[in-house]
Design a protein around this ligand. Structure first.
Ligand code: BDR
Ligand code: CA
Length: 322
């Protein structure tokens, strides 16, 4: 089955890998790419997105820049995780590709309007653009088949102890999207943190003669140091790319339909996704205080070797071991 998608990205090491995978996968048709401030500032996100399209010799996919900051919060970059340029300081060649001179919201609206069938939004970044779209043009919602978003967590956070970066960066936008009524699939940190390539394979990719493999190896090789100065884990995450794998290989994912909500209150839990995994009625229901929460199909885990095989074989590169 062919999936027609619009990607919303804050490119970003792992957004870059997600774009590479989506462009190369024969079951995906990337109709447009919308950029948002997140991992780095909007200008860098747009530039990185256009450069990555060159790496995979992508066709002429429309790209536009959108929100330069969240709804309420100020922009807070993740250059610590992605490098100053957002692409692991790889210094990719300049590109002749240009972004369209329109706001992302207009690009998404036009792409949805022109599409014959409903389209999946693959949102791999703070949800600012998607919230703006749904507020500005609510009639677009019926052309969205579902929003598959990388964000949130039912367990640990990364930006804070409990909040994942994309939700934490713009909690109000996440709240609007999650409560919009559009069908949702959440690819959160629970699964995101498990899908990674071993260090030996990353090294082999970086040393390869193949351009795609080299860039992939460079992206995967940029690692955040842990408290002791060593890499924070023994393997390199494919991150957002795993969410795009979930689009084409749902059978490799374990998921459950759960009520979810976003914590907006100030304090230590702001930006947390609260995922209700209970299998029994709680006292909140018994005493009439339970609110009506939207539900999402929440992916909790994946068949990691199979997902890595899908990812690497789609990019026609081979690991040493998986
Ligand atoms: C998410 O935040 C960004 O750093 C990544 O690109 C990913 O979308 C993980 O929390
Ligand atoms: Ca991202």
């Amino acid at each position: 089955m062919k999936h027609s998608i619009i990607m919303d990205v804050d490119t970003g090491i792992d957004d870059a890998m997600a774009i590479m995978f989506a462009v190369k996968n024969p079951d995906i048709d990337v109709l447009a790419i919308s950029c948002v401030s997140g991992n780095v500032g909007l200008d860098s996100v747009v530039d990185n997105t256009l450069k990555i399209l060159d790496v995979v010799d992508a066709p002429d996919i429309p790209v536009a820049g959108g929100a330069t900051r969240p709804m309420i919060e100020k922009a807070r970059s993740a250059a610590y995780v992605h490098g100053e340029d957002g692409l692991g300081n790889l210094n990719l060649p300049t590109t002749a590709r240009k972004a369209l001179p329109v706001h992302s919201v207009e690009l998404i609206r036009k792409t949805l309007t022109d599409a014959r069938e409903p389209v999946t939004l693959v949102a791999l970044a703070p949800l600012t653009n998607i919230a703006l779209l749904l507020r500005t043009y609510p009639e677009c919602a019926h052309k969205i088949e579902r929003i598959l978003f990388m964000g949130g967590s039912a367990s640990v956070g990364n930006a804070t102890a409990v909040a994942e970066f994309n939700i934490w960066h713009d909690p109000e936008a996440a709240h609007m999207v999650i409560n919009s009524g559009v069908p949702l699939t959440m690819y959160g940190l629970d699964v995101f943190n498990t899908v990674g390539v071993d260090a030996q394979s990353v090294h082999a990719l970086a040393e390869s003669d193949n351009k795609v493999a080299q860039v992939l190896g460079g992206l995967l090789g940029f690692r955040v140091p842990g408290p002791d100065g060593e890499p924070d884990r023994s393997f390199s995450l494919i991150g957002d790319a795993g969410a795009v794998c979930a689009l084409v290989a749902n059978e490799l994912m374990d998921s459950q339909s759960c009520p979810i909500q976003v914590q907006l209150a100030p304090g230590d839990s702001r930006g947390q996704t609260i995922v209700d995994r209970r299998v029994h009625i709680g006292e909140d229901t018994i005493h009439g205080t339970a609110g009506q929460w939207p539900t999402a199909n929440v992916i909790f885990s994946a068949d990691v070797p199979q997902v890595l095989d899908l990812f690497l074989s789609t990019l026609s590169v081979q690991p040493v071991t998986v």
